[in-house]
Design a binder for this molecule. Structure first.
Ligand code: AMO
Length: 433
């Protein structure tokens, strides 16, 4: 629409055409107000019935809520109007009429269950507090991209239809690929590693991953968006530095550029993490968890950390922190072990007090050791030949990590359920919309 003015830009003294949704109609008798909403905000349209054309009044006040309309008229100052201005309409056109019964109330006056909201996500996203989450998510991704570029990392895109899985522990989604078995990718792990041996050296990817997770929980999805980073010639400590930098850049960008959205969500005291994140070794982590006395049974070396254990430690630490030097057995085949103590790996996790955000580590780049690692984990190295063979032709030492975008947004905004941070979540029950 060429002549359209956004509601936020309508200034007193101008004649404008605004377009948007009918948010509310308040009929006070001789006078009535229609509140029109667009992506930039809302504006009041005033109908003085006695002074206006009957057809105009009938069109403006007879339209159902959430219909799409255009309104043309003069903008006037009105201190009593919600935004300080109102439009005196000369014409109202109904562009797309909404049915009278809405599956949910976008004005938010009537609460809806999460499943009803997800079934009707378009209407749900007409609510400013829902829209704000996705505007913040977009800002997080923008800031992360910018940060990666500032550290000389090139954005890549890798296949999502693959021949092998990479992350043990979660199930793969099989598909049929021209009569052959194939899978939806669980992570870009092997591809990003192959790129550090290419001329690119330092890469990142932001893309979907697919996991047939057993659990239907508030923090697991079956399709998630991952931010992956991988760099040649860095060790796990330097990879953690980049990881920490990315997280702080995301928080800083949101604090700086999303004040309006944070206010809508009620976070006046949004805090950007400051100072270096503590780096606890796995051994220190289990000692601290045991010392809290929060678990029924004491953890012993080699145990993975349960949700309760992560919670106890998160409360104890009180902010973001890393857990380093995990037992090799818990970490995947591509993570490098310490040569002087092969029971210990150079894998790490970045934790938010509520949950794990990132996994990463220094990778095994030595061909013989890599192949031995496959065998130790019961994997057939032949199946991964496309990957392992490149380690014979000059693969530099490298390290990297991956975030789940939804967990980053969920913890940043303290959302109760990860589905609040995805437009159209995929979980065990939900395949559409
Ligand atoms: P990992 O499997 O730990 O590591 O995944 C990395 C991060 O991705 C997020 N994540 C998920 N988020 C929502 N739903 C899920 N089902 C889900 N699964 C994972 C989490 C998690 O911390 N290749 C390694 C990373 C690396 O070493 O570079 C990997 O995939 O936030």
């Amino acid at each position: 629409m060429k002549d359209r003015t956004h509601t936020a830009d309508a200034e007193p003294g101008e004649t404008v055409t605004v377009a948007g949704w009918v948010h509310e109609i308040r009929d006070l008798g001789g006078i009535a107000f229609l509140i029109l909403r667009d992506a930039t905000g809302k504006i009041q349209v005033k109908f003085e019935k006695e002074e206006m054309d009957d057809d105009l009044v009938e069109t403006g006040l007879g339209v159902h809520r959430e219909s799409v309309i255009t309104v043309s008229g003069d903008v006037e100052e009105e201190p009593r109007a919600p935004t300080g201005v109102e439009i005196v309409p000369e014409s109202v056109d109904v562009v797309a009429e909404a049915a009278p019964d809405l599956p949910l109330d976008p004005s938010g006056k009537v609460d809806a269950e999460l499943s009803t909201r997800l079934d009707n996500r378009t209407l749900d996203l007409r609510k400013e507090e829902v829209k704000a989450v996705f505007e913040i998510r977009a800002e997080v991704l923008r800031a992360v991209r910018e940060y990666f570029r500032s550290v000389g990392s090139t954005e890549i895109n890798t296949p999502k239809i693959v021949a092998t899985g990479t992350e043990g522990g979660t199930e793969l989604f099989p598909i049929t690929y021209f009569g052959r078995e194939a899978f939806m990718n669980q992570s870009p792990q092997l591809f990003k590693q192959l790129m550090v041996g290419s001329g690119l050296e330092r890469v990142f990817e932001i893309g979907p991953i697919f996991r047939a997770e057993e659990h239907n929980t508030p923090r697991h999805l079956n399709e998630a968006t991952m931010i992956d980073f991988e760099s040649a010639f860095v060790d796990h400590e330097e990879a953690m530095d980049v990881c920490e930098g990315t997280l702080k850049a995301a928080y800083e960008a949101v604090a700086e550029n999303c004040a309006e959205q944070l206010e809508i969500l009620g976070y006046e005291d949004f805090e950007v993490p400051v100072g270096d994140f503590p780096r606890l070794t796995y051994e220190e982590a289990i000692e601290r968890i045991n010392a809290t006395g929060a678990l029924d049974e004491q953890l012993v070396w080699g145990d993975d950390l349960s949700t309760e254990a992560e919670k106890a430690l998160g409360e104890d630490v009180g902010g973001h922190y890393f857990i380093t030097d995990w037992p090799s057995e818990i970490k995947p085949f591509y993570i490098q072990d310490y040569d002087e103590d092969p029971q210990l790996s150079k894998g790490f996790d970045l934790m938010h007090p509520r949950m794990e955000l990132v996994s990463g580590g220094q990778r095994e780049h030595r061909y013989e050791k890599l192949v031995a690692g496959f065998e130790q984990q019961g994997l057939d190295p032949d199946q991964f030949e496309y990957y392992t063979k490149m380690f014979k032709y000059g693969m530099p030492p490298h390290a990297g990590w991956a975030y789940g975008v939804e967990r980053l947004v969920m913890t940043m905004l303290d959302l109760p359920n990860i589905r609040e941070a995805v437009l159209f979540p995929r979980d065990r029950q939900r395949l559409s919309p």
